[in-house]
Design a protein around this ligand. Structure first.
Ligand SMILES: Nc1ncnc2c1ncn2[C@@H]1O[C@H](COP(=O)(O)OP(=O)(O)OP(=O)(O)O)[C@@H](O)[C@H]1O
Ligand SMILES: [Mg+2]
Length: 266
C-alpha cells in the first residue's frame, strides 16, 4: 500500500543512459534524486541545460523509467503514461489537419468520453483560455501563444490530477508569457492540479510556484529548494516585492554556480 504522503515522490532516483556516440560509455543523467511533491502543489525545476530536468519529467509522465530508485505517483510505481497525467511541451504539438476544437477534444473523445460531455467541457476550457471564437481555426491560422493555449485546454479537458509542463512558455514573447503564467494560476485556482513545471526562467518559476527546485549540473540532483511564501492568487506587484527579489537572487546565484560547474565539466 501507499507509503508516501506525496502525490509524486522521487526517492533515490537515478537514470543512466547508454551513449551510442561514446561506445560503451554511459551517461548518468540523474543521480540520487530526492523530491516529494504534495497534492495540488506547484513545483518548478530550474537548472543548467542537460542536467536532467526533462528526463525527470518524462519519468513522471511514464515515457521513461528510473534505472534505480523509486518514483511513485499516489504511492504506486509509475509504469506507463495515463490520463491522470497531462503533458504540455515547449512547442505545441497540435494536429495540423484538425481545427482548434478537434485538437482539444481528440484525446477525451478517443478515451470514450460521451459527446455531450466533451462538447460542454470543450466550451468551458476554450472559454477559459480565451479561444472560444477561434475553435474553427486551424493551427496555422493562430499565433504561437494561441497554439500554446490550445495545448493547455487540451491538457486540462481530461481533468488530469497532474500537469507536467516542460518549458511550456519558453517560445513565447515576454508579454504573452506573463499572460500565460497568470492564466495558468487562474486555472490552478479552479481545478487545483498538481503541477510540475520546468523552466529556464527563474522569475517565471518563482512567480507561479509554491516551491522552486534548482537541479545541479549533470548528474542532476536537488541542489537547492526554496519555498515561495506568497499567497495565491498572485499579482504583478509580487514581481517587484522584496520577497520576490530576494528569492530570485538566491536561486539565480545557485543556478549560475551550477552552470559554471557544467561548463567546467564539459
Ligand atoms: N534517450 C536518451 N539517450 C541518451 N541520453 C539521453 C537521453 N535522454 C537524455 N539524455 C541525456 O541525459 C542528459 C539530461 O538530458 P535532459 O533532456 O533531461 O536535460 P534537460 O535538463 O532537460 O536540458 P534542457 O534544459 O536543455 O532541456 C543529457 O546529457 C542528455 O544528453
Ligand atoms: Mg529539457
Amino acid at each position: 500500500m501507499s507509503q508516501s504522503q506525496y502525490k509524486i515522490h522521487f526517492s533515490d532516483v537515478s537514470r543512466v543512459f547508454d551513449s551510442p556516440a561514446r561506445g560503451s560509455e554511459q551517461i548518468t543523467a540523474i543521480s540520487k534524486l530526492e523530491l516529494g511533491i504534495q497534492q495540488s502543489e506547484i513545483v518548478s525545476i530550474v537548472g543548467p541545460t542537460g542536467c536532467g530536468k526533462s528526463t525527470a519529467l518524462n519519468m513522471v509522465a511514464g515515457f521513461d523509467k528510473p534505472s534505480t530508485g523509486s518514483l511513485l505517483l499516489d504511492g504506486h510505481e509509475i509504469f506507463a503514461p495515463g490520463p491522470d497525467r497531462a503533458v504540455v511541451f515547449q512547442h505545441a504539438a497540435l494536429f495540423p489537419w484538425m481545427n482548434v476544437y478537434e485538437n482539444v477534444v481528440f484525446g477525451v473523445k478517443s478515451q470514450g468520453m460521451p459527446r455531450a460531455e466533451y462538447e460542454e467541457k470543450a466550451n468551458t476550457f476554450l472559454r477559459a483560455v480565451g479561444l472560444r471564437k477561434f475553435e474553427k481555426h486551424y493551427p496555422y491560422q493562430i499565433s504561437g501563444g494561441m497554439q500554446q493555449r490550445v495545448q493547455i485546454a487540451r491538457a486540462l479537458i481530461g481533468s488530469p490530477e497532474v500537469l507536467l509542463m516542460d518549458e511550456p512558455f519558453g517560445a513565447l514573447d515576454y508579454q504573452t508569457r506573463i499572460l500565460m503564467q497568470q492564466l495558468l494560476l487562474e486555472l490552478w485556482q479552479e481545478f487545483k492540479p498538481t503541477i510540475l513545471f520546468i523552466t529556464h526562467d527563474v522569475s517565471e518559476g518563482i512567480f507561479i510556484s509554491d516551491r522552486v527546485v534548482v537541479m545541479s549540473s549533470r548528474p542532476g540532483r536537488v541542489r537547492l529548494e526554496v519555498a515561495v511564501n506568497e499567497p495565491k492568487p498572485r499579482h504583478l506587484e509580487f514581481l517587484t516585492s522584496e520577497n520576490f527579489v530576494g528569492l530570485e537572487h538566491q536561486v539565480l546565484e545557485t543556478v549560475q554556480q551550477e552552470i559554471m560547474a557544467a561548463r567546467a565539466a564539459a
